[in-house]
Design a protein around this ligand. Structure first.
Ligand code: SIN
Ligand code: FE
Length: 292
């Protein structure tokens, strides 16, 4: 089972060849992880105080950062540490955007840089409800922020200071996942999207596409037997590496590791080379109707 495309990019900021950009975009849209083993986010000595789970408030598993407003969320720290964290997160947001622009210039137009996060808690053994448990294979879908057909592209950097890897599992291709679970998902109820928005449960309208993606996410995670039996491959992302993935398409789980940065980008469907490979078009084919 092919899961990964390796792009052996060294440090630097020069423009990349068309061949590298083509390989990246083709791999991402086909549902592979694009792995940059030698291209890491530079952590500085002054960032060292940030390597502790005690940054987090008791209800959060991640620090969140909004690059548009420069606001942090999920934390309880001194003013000094907050300033340090803000500095690292903004440097990371810039790093992530510049890297994406270099490897996938096709996505430049209509690019929406959403939240970034810092994940300082060890994943293995972390207590969590099944729905929030990212050690179970799933595709990403946002309960309160519908993407309305936009793609969820995520860039990850393992910045573990002790050289420990981040261990993921990759499951079967999206179409197989969708075929397996769609028959158990009831169609959306008329007016439910209006009610969800009216009561503030969603920040914008939940399209039928968002509805099916959320149900798929839940159905995968809730099915213990599926989790145990489905074919999967383990990947080890070493400290100092970076990887990109369409997380709404690739069945993934993070099972071990601590200290990671993540940046989410929302990509307009129109910017894709192969719209027919997207979860939206795949679900539309399988359900037999338009979903946005
Ligand atoms: C996830 O996106 O499901 C978790 C990824 C990670 O924290 O490594
Ligand atoms: Fe995920």
């Amino acid at each position: 089972m092919k899961t990964t495309e390796v792009i052996d990019l060294g440090p630097g900021t020069e423009a990349l060849s068309q061949d590298v950009c083509d390989r990246t975009i083709e791999a991402l849209e086909a549902g592979y992880v694009v792995f940059l083993p030698r291209y890491g986010f530079p952590v500085t000595d002054s960032d060292k105080p940030l390597f502790s789970p005690s940054l987090l408030n008791k209800d959060s598993k991640n620090v969140s950062y909004n690059p548009a407003t420069r606001k942090l969320g999920g934390i309880t720290t001194s003013q000094e540490t907050t300033a340090l964290l803000q500095g690292m997160m903004q440097r990371f947001a810039d790093f992530a955007r510049q890297l994406l622009m270099r490897v996938s210039p096709d996505y430049r137009n209509g690019l929406n840089q959403a939240r970034a996060s810092f994940r300082p808690v060890e994943i293995e053994g972390r207590a969590s409800s099944w729905r929030k448990d990212d050690t179970r294979l799933h595709v990403d879908a946002f309960p309160s922020s519908p993407t309305q057909g936009k793609r969820i592209l995520r860039l990850f950097c393992n910045i573990n200071p002790d050289g420990r890897g981040r261990i993921w599992r990759i499951g079967e291709p999206f179409e197989q996942v969708a075929k397996r679970f769609l028959s158990s998902i009831k169609p959306p109820v008329p007016f439910s999207a209006t009610l969800l928005q009216l009561f503030g449960i969603t920040k914008s309208r939940q399209t039928p596409y968002d509805y099916y993606m959320l149900r798929l996410h839940d159905a995968m995670k809730a099915d213990e037997r599926y989790q145990a039996e489905v074919e999967k491959i383990e990947l080890d992302f070493p400290a100092g590496s970076t990887w990109l993935v369409f997380a709404d398409q690739v069945s993934h789980a993070a099972i071990r590791g601590q200290y990671q940065l993540e940046q989410t980008f929302l990509i307009d469907l129109e910017q894709l080379r192969h719209k027919d490979q997207s979860p939206l078009r795949t679900l539309e084919r399988l359900v037999g109707q338009k979903l946005i």
